[in-house]
Design a protein around this ligand. Sequence first.
Ligand code: PEP
Length: 265
Amino acid sequence: MTRVPSRTRRPFVGGNWKMNSDRASAHDLASSLARAASSVGDGVEIVVFPPYPYLDLVRAALGESGIALGAQDLSSEPNGALTGEVSAEMLLDIGATWVLVGHSERRQKLGESDGLVADKLVMALESGLHVVLCVGETLEERNAGRESAIVERQIGAALANIPPTHLERMVIAYEPIWAIGTGVVATPKDAAGAHAAIREALASRYDSALARETRIVYGGSLAPGNAKALFAESGVDGGLVGGASLKASDFLAICSAAMIGVGAR
Ligand code: PEP
């Protein structure tokens, strides 16, 4: 596995643990990933997103493995009387360097609007964090042929106040809602089409060079058996993994698939 992927679009794989794990299992999972990280190599950027209470112990377990630490959310405000919220500064203070913004579970189940997602994105990037910005359509929107329009709207709203210089600290995750946690995975062609629409939206908001350099990853029921075909698509630069990121061997197999798939183009 010696192929070196494009410097500007190094494959990226994120593991979104969601509201899963406990002290012991978070420690075990992070330790297993840390032990095996060298088998994947540094051709893939790997980030794990554990629940807030376990960020510190996961950071310690990851050690010098090269796997980065991310949080699943942040406040749009810097500090103050906001019970239950967690600020960007707190995340940086505890050693997190990445954060998820705009995950569909937060948009749909917790009522996050395009406006709030945009404010969180500004806060994260202005604070120096790296961000995975999630976008994606519902099944109804896809059946109505509106998937490109939806992701374009989400991208336009989220990036309204983001200068081009911040884009190098961002990965965009195309996560069709109908594929998240359902076992139904988008076809490589579906994913390629949506990624092309996202790249178009970036090109019209910024320019085509910046759009070409931005990593766009796929998320939604990724598994060791389907990852390679998706990553072989030229616009798919890796993945955001939910369920399969809770099992070290599956997550690592997806990381290897990103290395092979993206590198083989
Ligand atoms: C996710 O929640 O980001 C996700 C992609 O979940 P899953 O892989 O379980 O579909």
